[in-house]
Design a protein around this ligand. Structure first.
Ligand code: NM2
Ligand code: OGA
Ligand code: ZN
Length: 378
């Protein structure tokens, strides 16, 4: 990927510049370079964890020499400290991580109704046998926030076997597993025959469960079709159509709350569009059923806030962004619940519809994915 960069040292020796032959450029402060040293005294080679602590770093440290040899940059600092850093790793670090942009985190690809739901579907038996197929399927969840699975046994609890392929269940007040079927005295509107607008789950939790898995055991009802929407794309559209609306939803938090079962009272006050420090999208929380109170928006901005909220929800219902599909017995899908909304149409009482759901977390999924892709990497 890279060949050796040309190194430059600033006159005061506090900044190292690197110019790679492929055009990439990087600048790194001396203190940053000291902190990111890869020698065994800085970082434990066994665990990869850092041994150096914050107070070991002199913020005014200066670079005495920087030399490239064998793909490594050897660094010596005033005061006698030295370390080294892989030049390929610095190449990866070189793009500015705080670029002022609405763009989602690197590696994520936003999509709209043009996404073919069949193109992100795999068969469960294949994933069990073929690590490359598993990596491909997990890769869809990583980059697109959505993937489907067919041929999962239509038996209760089978979704646990799927989750075990990549991570761990996140248990909540709804249980390790929850039964999504209509019932009397429903403690949540998900447990009725009502349609559900595209939403993210559990916005009243902090942190939210970052993955939702829904597995279909029976679906002979008329209606009850599923849909997903890329919330990052919806937010990008909002920003392009009316930047002030985007800013209102990103700036002011909403109180989300759930206390439907008589023994739970979950509250999180968070913006619907949560941005990373550099301005890129980090997470969306869109769920009208759980939008409990608006108390942090200045009085004069309340009408504008409602206009912005309505605009965003209207975007999430556009046929140009919604991907619809139907779950049959043995089908399953996973969404990145920080990003992708899911919904269903209402269904009738004539047939029967039974899903089992569970939450899990995407950091563990990404860990499994990296390990599958680079099993030998330390
Ligand atoms: N269930 C399915 O976040 C929500 O309240 C949506 C969650 C009840 C676990 C439904
Ligand atoms: C849920 C949900 C969708 C469905 O359980 O959180 O949104 O298809 N269910 O029943
Ligand atoms: Zn839901």
């Amino acid at each position: 990927m890279t060949t050796a960069p040309v190194l430059f040292l600033s006159d005061d020796r506090t900044v190292l510049g690197l110019d790679w032959p492929d055009g990439r450029r990087g600048r790194f402060h001396a203190a940053w370079l000291r902190d990111h040293g890869q020698d065994p005294a800085t970082r434990d080679p066994r665990s990869g964890q850092k041994l150096l602590t914050a107070t070991d770093i002199d913020p005014a440290i200066r670079i005495r020499t920087a030399v490239i040899a064998d793909g490594r940059i050897d660094l010596a600092f005033d005061g006698g400290v030295s370390t080294w850093i892989d030049s390929a790793w610095l190449w990866e670090m070189a793009p500015d991580p705080l670029a002022e942009d609405v763009a989602p985190p690197s590696g994520r690809i936003t999509w709209d109704a043009g996404l073919d739901a069949a193109s992100v579907s795999a068969a469960y038996p294949t994933l069990r046998e073929d690590p490359a197929a598993l990596a491909g399927w997990l890769g869809w969840i990583d980059t697109l926030g959505f993937a489907r699975l067919t041929d999962v046994p239509a038996k209760p609890g089978a979704l646990f076997e799927v989750i075990a392929l990549f991570g761990f269940v996140r248990e909540t007040n709804y249980g390790r597993l929850f039964e999504v079927r209509s019932r009397v005295e429903a403690e949540n509107l998900a447990y009725t025959r009502l349609g559900l607008d595209p939403h993210t789950d559990n916005p009243y939790r902090d942190p939210v469960p970052t993955l939702q898995i829904l597995h279909c055991l029976e679906n002979t009802a008329t209606g009850g079709d599923s849909s997903v929407v890329d919330g990052f794309r919806a937010a990008e559209i909002l920003k392009s159509e009316y930047p002030d609306h985007f800013d209102l939803l990103a700036r002011y938090p909403v109180e989300f709350r759930y206390r439907g079962d008589g023994r739970t009272d979950l509250v999180a006050e968070r913006p619907m569009l949560e941005l990373a420090p550099g301005g890129g999208l980090q997470q969306v929380r869109i769920n009208n059923r759980a939008f409990h109170a608006l108390r942090s928006v200045p009085f004069d901005l309340v009408p504008g806030f409602y206009a912005a909220y309505r605009h965003l929800v209207e975007i999430t219902r556009r046929p140009s962004v919604v991907v619809s599909f139907r779950l049959d017995a043995g089908d399953l899908f996973v969404v990145d619940n920080t990003r992708v909304l899911h919904g269903r149409t209402a269904f009738d009482a004539a047939g029967s519809r039974w899903l089992q759901g569970a939450y899990a977390d995407i950091d563990g999924l990404r860990s499994t994915l990296r390990a599958l892709r680079a099993p030998a990497a330390a």
